[in-house]
Every structure is written in structure tokens, then in C-alpha cells.
Design a protein around this ligand. Structure first.
Ligand code: ATP
Ligand code: MG
Length: 637
């Protein structure tokens, strides 16, 4: 029996869904009108599969909608409460942000940046990061933000691929108390690059830098630029940004997003999902280097004229209580984070969050991976004190914004821990079999999207063919996200992990999320990842990697037996793993997602492949050595 939670914020707008069902394209046109357009569009949707153009003929500007529109009513309102890792803080009002963006936009213009040029942004989580993005958007340059934790090689690949004219970086960034020298990474990345004309350096850490002829200081440019830069009137389909995916499944893909459709999607979902009010203090922990940070840090909150907190550093630095200190300090009302972060907080124990005043919270959210019901309930009780709805939001870099999520801003529906609930209005999502037929309720299958939606990617940068093959070739005229799922009898969606990671054991198909959830429901387990490896008799056998909570002293043999019985009860005897390995961490991407393909490679003694997006190389070595050790002890017996 699935436990449900009847918690909502009292909103009950049944009209939104009704109108969306009646005619999805005029529904989206209605939502688009909530933004400020210079010119109306002629065609709402030009659908030439697999290419969708939204609001064709319309003229709009993202920076104008994020800043200019608020100047009459909210110029003194805080746009960003910025919290540095070193404890420094800044409070930036909408007017101040508007002025900085215009100055920086003029600086870019003075360097010859034109509409359609690409600009790579490689900055830590400082206000100048969204400011740079908005400055690009203001003049029609396409920004491509690269997460500041990436190495020179990963950065070089992305600069090369996007043919950027300008790179914006900082002398350094703070991470866990030490300085990461970003400028020297850029130097290495562009040593042999001739598309980059200038590098702009923000002085954040005051670390000495080597100055090359093409280098310019952020402060010098700002001092010499005027603060009047009217926003360009851009086509709705004008490319706003390129963003490379996390790389969980392989080499990152350069996802290209447009302007009018993307903004409509982000503006709508930010309001529906977060029920945003003028008095709210929103805090999303995602780095702007990922899509969550684009849609729900850089754009969503600003489009709504909301106040948000941006934190520069590691969530557990200098202590495991850092997040809760920030929530208490800024009286955060809406908190949006990842299952990975939650599992880490949970591992530290309840005493830490319990010693802070979190009573300002009214809504909680998660994104990025399936959330185990066990972790959902912990979030609900320990952080939300059983009064905050939790929105489990499913989406991808490619989708631009949320596609499946509870929407407390418009409706109150029962929540089921581990389910993202329903698709957002105006989006048609189904679960199908190999042939593309709808499967019966409660049957596993592949997630597909059957109609275009406004936040949909335009294409993969410079590679229409790959765009077509990756997303549109498995099913005719249906977008294939690559995820495995169930739709239950109430129409709720349960995401079961990547279709590529599905385990096939003795003719049964098991999603990684189902199995990992039942392992994590063991009281002593903090995290788990499972993968299948080829087996001559069974086709595939299951291997589980388990991270325990702090201070567990039980023997591994007892734990193994208990975990197996948890799985037999939860999923069934068929899912009993062949082996269970205890490790102290799991290999994760820089965005915090577990990289199961690595576990699989190690366990099947295959080549590991591209690990450029890996969070901590040590985790791979650790998994490898835990595996080697166990292998030895098994061979001995
Ligand atoms: P790549 O495509 O390069 O392998 P990636 O898919 O990890 O990288 P993202 O676009 O950041 O890059 O992640 C989107 C994926 O994250 C989804 O396809 C899904 O597998 C997973 N995901 C996101 N949100 C949720 C959620 N709420 N529940 C379950 N899975 C989620
Ligand atoms: Mg993906």
C-alpha cells in the first residue's frame, strides 16, 4: 500500500488544466501573454517534427522580462541575498542588478560581441554569474555556462564546440575553504584556441593571476561602461543558451534553447510549482552550471520579481549545519534541492537540522534523481515538520523546465512519496512498451512525450542529425527522454531510473530506483546504487553498492542478510543481488547524480570511458578497490 499525504496550500484552480486539455497550443499562448513582448507572434506553434518553433514572429527579450519589467514596482526589492562560502554576504536589489546588467552588456558590446555570438561563462556561484547571463541575453548573445568545477579539458571541449568569442571567468572561486584558481584553468583550456578574442576576469579571491594580452578585468570594464543599454528586440526562437547535459549516460550533449518558448515554460512552472508570492524567500541549491540553476535560479525567480538566496560554496562547509544556518538566517520559505544532498543531510543525523529554526519554510522541492520514499519522508518530517508539501519535479536539460510535478500554486492533490505525480498542464506524457503502445496502469515502460512543449530544446548545437537520432528515432513523432517509468491507477508517474540502466533478471525488468529504494529503506543505509552485469545462466545478475550511515558498527554479514530480506519483501526474491559491496562513497557526476554506468563497467571489468563529469575521482577508485577486495575474499573461500 502506498501511503499518501494530503497536504496542500489551499489552491484549487481547476480551470488551468481544463483549458490546457481543451487546446494545448492556445493554452500556452495564454501563458506566454503573461510575459512582456515587444511584438506579438503570428503563429503560436510551428511544428515540423522534430523541430518546434514557438510564438513565431513574436519579439521578446529575457533580460527585459527579468529586470526592466520590475523597475516601476520593485526596484528596491532584494533580488539576490548572496551568501559567500567565507561568510561574507551581499544584498542586491532589482534596480542595482538592472544597472549592472546594462553596464556589463555595454562592456560586451564594446568588445565586439554581437547578436548570435557565443559567450562562455566559467564563474563560481557569485551574483556576477546571472548578471553575465542576463547581459548576454540583453544583446542577443548566446550564453554557454560551464560549471566552475570542470577541468581544463572539459572546459576546452565546450569552448571549442560552441566557438565562443569571449570567456568570462574569475581569478578564483572558494570551495571548502580553499581557492580554486579558475583563471589558470581557462589559460590552459584556451592555450591553442583562436575563437576566443577576450577573457574577462572577475576578481573574487584576489589571487594573483597571469595577465595575457587578451585578458581584461571585470572591474575596469564596468568602470568604463555606461549604464544605459536598451534590450534588443529578439525573435522568439532566438537561441538564448547552449548548455551541456550532466553526462550521466555518456558524453555531454550541447542542448540549445530558444527564448520565447523557454521563458514561457519557466515562468509558468515557477509560479505553478512554487506558488510564488511577493513575500517569499526562495532558495534553490543547484549550481547555475546545471539546467536547474538556469531555469530556477537565473531566470524563474527573476521573471517573477521574487527574492532568492544564492549560496557560493559546498553545502556541508564549514560544517554539516551550513544549509540550515542559511535557511534560518534568510527565513527561507521555499527550498529546492536534490535527493543526493538530502541523503547526505540525512546521513549526518536529525540533531543538526533540529537545532535550527526552520519554521519559515512552507514548500519543499527536489529534482535530479528519483527520490527514495524513505528520504522523502525524512524531508517531510524533519525539515518540513509535516506542514510543507514536497514537490518532486521531473525534467531534463532538454525539457527546459519541469514536466512532471505537483503544482501547489494551482491545485491541491494527494502526494505519494517517490512519485512526481502528474504532468504539468499542456503536456502529454505517457508510458509505452517497445512498440510504442500505451501500457496498462502499474506496468513498467518507457516515458514518452507526445506533443511539443514550449521549453523544448531547439536542437543539439550544430548537430540536427544527432538531435533526431537521440530523441526522436525510438518512437515516431514522440520525444523519448530515455527514462523508465510507471503510471499508476491514479495517473501518477513514478520514475524508475534510466532506461539504459534497467536490470533484466530472469525475464523480469527492474528499474534501478525500485531496488535502490528498498535497500535505502534499511535503517542503517544512507545510499545505494545497483547495476546488472552479464551472467551466462540468468542473462544478468544484480550487484549492489551500499553506503552506510555514520557510526554503524554491525557486521557486514548481518547487514547483507538484512538488506537481502528488505529487498525480498520490497521488490521480490527475483531481485536478490548476487553480491552486495559496502563502500564509503559512490561515483557521482558534478551535478550529484550517481553514475551507474561506471559501477557496471567496474563490475564487468570493462573500460570506464569518459569520466570528465565525475565529482570525485576517488569514488571510482574506492568502488574499484572495494570490489577487488571482495573478489579476493570470495575467491579464497
Ligand atoms: P546525460 O543526458 O548527459 O546523461 P543527465 O541526463 O544526467 O546527463 P540532466 O538533464 O541534468 O542530465 O538530467 C536529467 C535526468 O535526471 C532525467 O532524464 C532523469 O533521469 C533524471 N531526473 C531528473 N529529475 C528527476 C526526478 N524528479 N525523478 C527521477 N529522475 C529524475
Ligand atoms: Mg539526459
Amino acid at each position: 500500500m502506498v501511503e499518501t499525504f494530503n497536504i496542500g496550500l489551499g489552491n484549487n484552480d481547476t480551470q488551468t488544466r481544463k483549458r490546457a486539455e481543451f487546446d494545448f497550443s492556445s493554452f500556452w499562448a495564454e501563458q506566454a501573454k503573461k510575459l512582456d513582448w515587444f511584438d506579438d507572434w503570428d503563429v503560436t506553434l510551428d511544428w515540423n517534427p522534430p523541430f518546434a518553433k514557438w510564438f513565431v514572429g513574436g519579439k521578446i527579450n529575457a533580460s527585459y522580462n527579468a529586470l526592466d519589467v520590475h523597475q516601476k514596482t520593485k526596484s528596491k526589492k532584494t533580488a539576490i541575498f548572496w551568501e559567500g562560502e567565507d561568510g561574507t554576504s551581499r544584498n542586491i536589489a532589482y534596480e542595482e542588478m538592472w544597472i549592472m546588467v546594462q553596464k556589463f552588456a555595454n562592456a560586451l558590446k564594446s568588445l565586439g560581441v554581437k547578436k548570435g555570438d557565443r559567450v562562455t561563462i566559467y564563474l563560481p556561484m557569485v551574483p556576477e554569474l546571472p548578471i553575465s547571463m542576463l547581459a548576454c541575453a540583453r544583446i542577443g548573445a548566446t550564453h554557454t555556462v560551464v560549471f566552475s568545477g570542470f577541468s581544463a579539458t572539459s572546459l576546452a571541449d565546450r569552448i571549442e564546440d560552441s566557438k565562443s568569442k569571449i570567456v568570462i571567468t574569475a581569478d578564483g572561486g572558494f570551495r571548502r575553504g580553499s581557492v580554486v584558481e579558475l583563471k589558470s584553468v581557462v589559460d590552459e583550456a584556451i592555450a591553442n584556441n583562436d575563437s576566443v578574442q577576450n577573457v574577462i576576469i572577475l576578481e573574487r579571491t584576489k589571487t594573483p593571476i597571469k595577465k595575457n594580452p587578451r585578458d581584461l578585468l571585470w572591474s575596469d570594464l564596468m568602470n568604463s561602461s555606461s549604464d544605459d543599454c536598451p534590450a534588443e528586440k529578439l525573435d522568439s526562437t532566438h537561441p538564448l543558451f547552449i548548455l551541456y547535459t550532466s553526462g550521466t549516460t555518456g558524453k555531454p550533449k550541447g542542448v540549445l534553447h530558444g527564448t520565447g518558448g523557454y521563458l514561457t515554460h519557466v515562468h509558468s512552472t515557477f509560479g505553478w510549482a512554487f506558488d510564488i508570492k511577493d513575500s517569499d524567500v526562495f532558495f534553490c541549491t543547484a549550481d547555475i552550471g546545471w539546467v536547474t540553476g538556469h531555469s530556477y535560479v537565473a531566470y524563474g525567480p527573476l521573471l517573477h520579481g521574487a527574492t532568492q538566496v544564492i549560496y557560493e560554496g559546498a553545502p556541508d562547509y564549514p560544517s554539516p549545519s551550513r544549509m540550515w544556518e542559511i535557511l534560518q538566517k534568510y527565513k527561507v520559505t521555499i527550498f529546492y534541492t536534490t535527493p543526493t544532498a538530502l541523503r547526505m543531510f540525512m546521513k549526518f543525523g536529525d540533531d543538526i537540522p533540529n537545532s535550527f529554526d526552520l519554521s519559515s519554510l512552507r514548500l519543499l522541492g527536489t529534482v535530479g534523481e528519483p527520490i527514495n520514499p524513505e528520504v522523502w519522508k525524512w524531508y517531510y518530517k524533519t525539515i518540513g515538520k509535516e506542514k510543507c508539501p514536497i514537490i518532486d519535479t521531473w525534467w531534463q536539460t532538454e525539457t527546459g523546465g519541469m514536466l512532471i510535478s505537483p503544482l501547489p500554486g494551482i491545485e491541491t492533490i494527494p502526494l505519494k512519496p517517490g512519485s512526481g505525480t502528474l504532468p504539468i498542464p499542456g503536456v502529454d506524457i505517457a508510458v509505452v512498451d517497445e512498440e510504442g503502445n500505451d501500457v496498462k496502469p502499474n506496468t513498467k515502460g518507457y516515458l514518452v512525450i507526445r506533443k511539443p512543449w514550449p521549453g523544448m530544446l531547439l536542437t543539439l548545437w550544430g548537430d540536427d542529425t544527432k538531435y533526431q537520432t537521440v530523441y526522436w528515432s525510438k518512437y515516431k513523432n514522440c520525444y523519448y527522454p530515455g527514462d523508465y517509468a510507471i503510471k499508476d491507477e491514479d495517473g501518477y508517474f513514478w520514475l524508475l531510473g534510466r532506461a539504459d540502466d534497467v536490470l533484466k533478471v530472469a525475464g523480469h525488468r527492474i528499474g534501478t530506483a525500485e531496488l535502490e529504494s528498498s535497500i535505502v529503506s534499511h535503517h542503517d543505509v544512507a545510499e545505494s546504487a545497483v547495476c546488472g552485469i552479464p551472467d551466462a545462466i540468468k542473462g544478468e545478475v544484480i550487484i549492489a553498492f551500499v553506503v552506510l550511515k555514520e557510526g554503524i558498527s554491525k557486521s557486514e554479514d548481518i547487514l547483507r542478510k538484512e538488506i537481502v530480506s528488505e529487498i525480498r519483501n520490497g521488490v521480490g526474491p527475483i531481485a536478490t543481488p548476487e553480491q552486495i559491496y559496502f563502500v564509503s562513497k559512490l561515483p557521482k557526476t558534478r551535478s550529484g547524480k550517481i553514475m551507474r554506468r561506471l559501477l557496471k563497467a567496474i563490475a564487468s571489468k570493462e573500460k570506464i570511458g569518459d569520466v570528465s563529469t565525475l565529482e570525485d575521482g576517488a569514488a571510482v577508485n574506492e568502488v574499484q578497490s572495494a570490489f577487488d577486495e571482495l573478489q579476493k575474499s570470495i575467491n579464497k573461500n
